[in-house]
Design a protein around this ligand. Sequence first.
Ligand SMILES: Nc1nc2c(ncn2[C@@H]2O[C@H](COP(=O)(O)OP(=O)(O)OP(=O)(O)O)[C@@H](O)[C@H]2O)c(=O)[nH]1
Ligand SMILES: [Mg+2]
Length: 314
Amino acid sequence: MPFTDSARIHVEGGRGGDGGLSFRREARVPKGGPDGGNGGRGGDVVIIADQQIVDLSRFRHAVHHRATAGANGEGRIRHGRSGADAEVRVPPGTRIIRDEVVIAEVREPGDRVVVARGGNGGIGNRVFRSSTHRTPRETVPGTSGEGTWLMLELRLPIEVAIVGLPNSGKSALLVALTGAAAVVAPYPHSTREPTFGPLVDDDLEIHLVADLPGVAADASPRPEGFLTQCERAAVLLHCVDAVLEAPTASERIAAVDATVAEYASAAARRIVVATSADPAQVPSWADYAVDSASGGGIPALREGVLDALGVGRQ
Ligand SMILES: Nc1nc2c(ncn2[C@@H]2O[C@H](COP(=O)(O)OP(=O)(O)OP(=O)(O)O)[C@@H](O)[C@H]2O)c(=O)[nH]1
Ligand SMILES: [Mg+2]
């Protein structure tokens, strides 16, 4: 299934169980006292960050999430059992939005948020007994669980985002820099969804690098683009094909920058990489020059990226 970074789901807490209506029955006691137990609470719907889950595609077909109802109270003061919670597992980095307001975010694996509370359990007739009211027939029913529509939006913990025009060498750079298995092809829009690779620093810490498709040839974002994912990146690697002559590199850079600026953090470090270039000759408009096919210039770029991330290298 294609990579999916947003989803709309409906969540509903379980109904509370009803209070029981019952009277004790015993031999030789014609009218025993009231003994209806209370209803159990309905279960909650809980959103949990789970590292095993990579995107939100599972929610295309799993829209409704409902917790179990509480059980009704019964005779002999048996209280109803509480309903089980419904656990909705999402990738770490998922934002939860209700009515266009971000109400929570689960960032770290194991983070959990209750998004729909179960209803309260009802009250059994035993509670209503008193010296003047020996055969109460009153009970209180359980209440409904909360129900609501939510938007889920995944923001991947990308540290380095590779951006640029179609066919500018983004995927080839991802492969050269991280060894990821990405599709590299001599035509535009060969990459249709974000592709990831690990950049390992000298302390063996992994930094997530993503090749983000989504800028059209005129540098406007494509509607199905994933540029929103560059929001968390600390470093933007802007690929510019050094072989292409027109439009000029500066024109192409300005066009992509204008588009990316709508999505990226203002604090992100921007590094312009001339691709298909001679690593020994960094053009005036670029910070680095690489030939991803031969690996030329890649070690220097790797150091520059690790420096920009402020992480360990000897
Ligand atoms: N020799 C050489 N070829 C490169 C380099 N970078 C990219 N190419 C070639 O240029 C073509 C496009 O590269 P891709 O990495 O697929 O470009 P892209 O930006 O990912 O393209 P889309 O995913 O379609 O937007 C491929 O044929 C690559 O082999 C490079 O540094 N050196
Ligand atoms: Mg590509």
